[in-house]
Design a binder for this molecule. Structure first.
Ligand SMILES: Cc1cc2nc3c(=O)[nH]c(=O)nc-3n(C[C@H](O)[C@H](O)[C@H](O)COP(=O)(O)OP(=O)(O)OC[C@H]3O[C@@H](n4cnc5c(N)ncnc54)[C@H](O)[C@@H]3O)c2cc1C
Length: 335
């Protein structure tokens, strides 16, 4: 059990004493070592955004963002697998009572760990994962291009589109079988996040696993409003680089970048997300440059952080973020 109940202090302790010292090892592993996720669970962080009645920490948004940034500054691979879980906690909090009772407390404790498969919703054009009715349940058909944490998650909160365009959100067992296949992807960074493409071949989703049916336009509006969170991963990488460089200007820039992300509206968020990922990239590049050749060897954190910063340019990208990034990279002034 942990001695302190201050989530931010607890996150700092874990990040600096456990996650960061093992980050190179986690980066090089085939799959993120489970004890790192167990430590997050033991500290209560699988229930970071869960309600108190289900054993969650129930922290406010500002605290959640700070904790995510700190955990990411310790080890992005670990943070990346863990961050996929919180959407399931929030969704199950609002799920039908039987579903909530069956899953929420176990999700908050980390006894059950969740991934997510919704990025297909962001792809323009015909849905790549559809839901066809089957009795009271559904058959999911198609694919989810990115599902992180395979082998470390028990369930996946998956989104499939019905005939009328609405989204069926369901908790699907993360288990391969004749109607569900997972194909591993090799990544240049966070490879141990065990990210796969999942294919569904008329995979049966029972009615008691349906979390909600959501109007697609309502989801799009919510997605635009939810883009702040992944910005904390970039802040985490920049934070670690600033600490390793002992750079005051970088620290000041980090504070300004964080404030701008916090203050951003859905309209200005893509620009601020682009700014944060660029800051992470520049901070990591500076760190590599500061150490010369030695820092590009595989046993130095600098090259790991640089690869991670590169990855964060594309993870969670939306068309608007991509446009803002390209504008900054080609035309925009830095800052
Ligand atoms: C390593 C990794 C792990 C991930 N893990 C998960 C996960 O666990 N769960 C999950 O749900 N998601 C996950 N994602 C998805 C992440 O949220 C996506 O990066 C994001 O949704 C964009 O997906 P994409 O890169 O596949 O975009 P693509 O669909 O390949 O498109 C590439 C870019 O072009 C834009 N684009 C595509 N078509 C058009 C068009 N016609 N007009 C204008 N712009 C267009 C896209 O928005 C995107 O910016 C992961 C991504 C990565 C890279």
């Amino acid at each position: 059990m942990h001695a302190t109940h201050d989530p931010v202090a607890l996150a700092r302790e874990l990040a600096d004493d456990v996650l960061f010292p093992g980050a190179l090892e986690a980066d090089a592993a085939e799959i993120v070592p489970v004890d790192r996720l167990d430590r997050l669970a033991a500290a209560g962080f699988y229930g970071l955004v869960g309600p108190g009645d289900a054993g969650g920490m129930g922290v406010d948004l500002a605290t959640a963002l700070e904790v995510i940034e700190i955990i990411a500054s310790g080890c992005l691979t670990t943070a990346f697998v863990w961050i996929q879980h919180h959407g399931a906690v929030r969704a199950l909090d609002g799920a039908p009572p039987a579903l909530r009772d069956a899953w929420l407390a176990r999700l908050c404790s980390g006894a059950v760990r969740a991934g997510v498969a919704f990025s297909g919703l962001r792809r323009p054009g015909p849905p790549i994962l559809t839901a066809e009715p089957d009795g009271a349940g559904w058959r999911f058909n198609g694919f989810a291009p990115w599902v992180t944490g395979w082998g470390r998650v028990d369930v996946v909160r998956a989104a499939a589109r019905r005939d009328d365009g609405d989204i069926v959100w369901a908790l699907v067992d993360a288990a391969a079988g004749p109607t569900l296949r997972a194909e591993a992807l090799r990544l240049a960074a966070v490879n141990a996040s065990s990210t796969v493409t999942v294919s569904f071949d008329h995979h049966l989703v029972p009615a008691d696993r349906v979390i909600s049916i959501q109007d697609f336009d309502a989801w799009q509006a919510a997605d635009r409003a939810n883009l702040r969170l992944n910005g904390s991963l970039a802040l985490g990488v920049a934070r670690r680089c600033a600490a390793l460089l002992e750079s005051e200007p970088l620290g000041t820039e980090l504070v300004a970048c964080r404030r701008a992300l916090d203050a951003a509206t859905p309209d200005s968020m893509p620009e601020q997300r682009a700014r944060a990922s660029e800051l992470a990239l520049r901070a990591a590049t500076t760190l590599v440059v500061s150490g010369g050749g030695r820092f590009i060897t595989m046993d130095h954190h600098a090259q790991r952080l640089a690869r991670e910063a590169l990855f964060l340019l594309v993870f969670g990208q939306t068309p608007a973020i991509k446009a803002a990034q390209l504008h900054r990279l080609y035309d925009g002034p830095h800052g």
